[in-house]
Ligand binder design. Structure first.
Ligand code: ADP
Length: 478
């Protein structure tokens, strides 16, 4: 079966979040299962600079715009990756979505409409290529229009649209809609119009044969307010076409036994080596070598979604428990500044690195005892899955994919051997603090802690099972 998988980012070529992890692993797993897969990505400047010169595939023209398709292999895999070259991608350094001040690129609508038009042309056989997919799989708002445009054609493949996050809907004004010269009937509540704006994500939600989200929990949440963010009416109408499939993790990239970023690789059998990673991380971050307190890690975007409003009021209470904190992330300046200020007042106990640093992310996952992820909403979340694999017990809020993947530690779950982390319910800083107290207390009970760590490390979140669910959907012609 031929599959065109379209995304705006894919690890390791270009990554800003979990979407890249999925686009960098699921298509390759599907290829290994025998599918004929092409991954289509924009040829960002950063991507072109980081690979060997790609092969020429074809020139094409969509809607009067000349484009070129280049081919490379996704590094570390055999996956054929098509790069869509146009100056709006290839002559712009930096982040795919915004400038260095965090402002969206002013031509984002045009850029991702271009990606979508090219994908739709390939999908419907009008791109002049000798390869045409039987299934088009699009991801998030950047590719929503591709689904809508593909459905204009009678010669269309089956379509699947995955929601990695509803928080970004690709909203643009009427003027932009007109400039893009989209079909007039798309400006309708039953198509792309959303409260007098044009929403690219609706293209996927309205037209796709199947909608998937990245966890069963999130699939339920987006059928209702507030999870549906105003789209709950549309999504619940399509409930029968909505499937939650949990993301897998790339075991080649996230494996504590073979992780090249670690000074001291470890496995369930050699879990004691984890402590050496902790000592190394503390030393590199300037934290005191305090053997008597657990180390809490946090890696992620420093934005409201990730629970910063819950963390900030209780940060100093965390430190008094006592725990140490190692935080890596970038995000909203107000959160960055507040975290830095607390760290400056407690340099022995708290370190904050405001950067995007793949190596440090791996080293924090390996070194920490507890991983903090108290998200307000979380479609799947990958960091808690990495944490489980690295024997770092996740402390999460019971929402979306976090609720689906972490089992709270209590008397019963310890007794039946199912506990893997710490879960609290309400978005309340007091509840978060209470969960951290429970986690810190259990850390002193070395035997129970070890048992929960080993259970966490045994969890299987590899792609195999989830890839099979996608295969079933692709095969479903109904
Ligand atoms: P989201 O996609 O909402 O950002 P996920 O938990 O699904 O959250 O995935 C985030 C991914 O991005 C993880 O692989 C995480 O390790 C990585 N990541 C986020 N921030 C950073 C950072 N500052 N440095 C390195 N990796 C990061």
């Amino acid at each position: 079966m031929r599959l065109l998988f379209v995304a705006s980012e894919a690890y390791p070529l270009i990554k800003t979040g979990g979407l890249a992890d999925v686009a960098g692993s699921l298509p390759e797993v599907l290829r290994q299962q025998g599918m004929d897969v092409r991954l289509l990505l924009p040829a960002y400047q950063h991507v072109l600079e980081s690979i060997e010169p790609p092969e020429f595939v074809a020139d094409m023209e969509v809607d009067g715009t000349a484009l070129r398709i280049l081919a490379t292999r996704l590094p570390g895999t055999e996956l054929i990756t098509w790069l869509l070259e146009h100056p709006v991608f290839s002559q712009r350094p930096g982040n795919p979505y915004h400038d260095h001040l965090g402002q969206p690129w002013p031509d984002n609508a045009d850029r991702f409409a271009l990606l979508s038009r090219a994908a739709a042309a390939i999908a419907t056989g009008t791109a002049g290529l000798d390869w045409r997919p039987e299934v088009l799989h699009c991801n998030d708002w950047h590719t929503g229009l591709a689904v809508a445009l593909t459905h204009l054609s009678e010669q269309r493949p089956r379509t699947v649209f995955t929601v990695h996050s509803l928080a970004h809907m690709g909203l643009f004004d009427r003027e932009t809609f007109d400039r893009l010269r989209l079909p007039a009937h798309f400006w309708s509540d039953s198509a792309l119009e959303f409260y007098n704006q044009c929403s690219f994500i609706k293209g996927g939600l309205v037209y796709a044969d199947y909608i998937t989200t990245v966890s069963p929990g999130y699939a339920r949440e987006i059928c209702e307010a507030p999870g549906g963010m105003g789209l709950e009416g549309l999504i619940s109408q399509r409930r029968e076409r909505l499937v939650g499939i949990l993301n897998g993790i790339d075991n080649r990239v996230w494996n504590p036994a073979t992780d090249p970023y670690l000074e001291h690789p470890f496995s369930p059998e050699t879990l004691d080596a984890k402590a050496r990673n902790k000592a190394a991380l503390r030393a590199s971050l300037g934290l005191a070598p305090a053997e008597d307190r657990p180390l809490v890690g946090l890696v992620g975007r420093l934005v409201e979604q990730k629970g910063l409003e819950l963390i900030l009021p209780v940060l100093e209470s965390f430190l008094e428990l006592p725990v140490q904190l190692a935080i890596l992330g970038t995000g909203e300046p107000r959160y960055e500044q507040r975290l830095q200020a607390v760290a400056a007042a407690h340099p022995d106990a708290m370190a904050v690195v405001l950067a995007y640093d793949e190596s440090l992310a791996h080293r924090i996952e390996a070194a920490a005892d507890i991983f903090l992820m108290p998200s307000l909403f979380e479609p799947c979340g990958l960091n808690q899955l990495y944490s489980l694999r690295y024997g770092t017990l996740p402390l999460v809020r019971a929402v979306g994919g976090l609720a689906d993947t972490v089992v709270d530690t209590n008397a019963q779950s310890v007794a039946d051997g199912s506990a893997t982390g710490f879960v609290f319910r309400r978005p309340d800083a007091g509840e978060l603090l209470a969960a951290m107290q429970r986690a810190a207390a259990l850390w002193y009970d070395k035997q129970s802690w070890r048992q929960v760590q080993l259970t966490a490390m045994r969890q299987d979140f590899s792609w195999q099972q989830s890839a099979n669910r996608y295969l079933q959907l692709y095969n479903d012609t109904a």
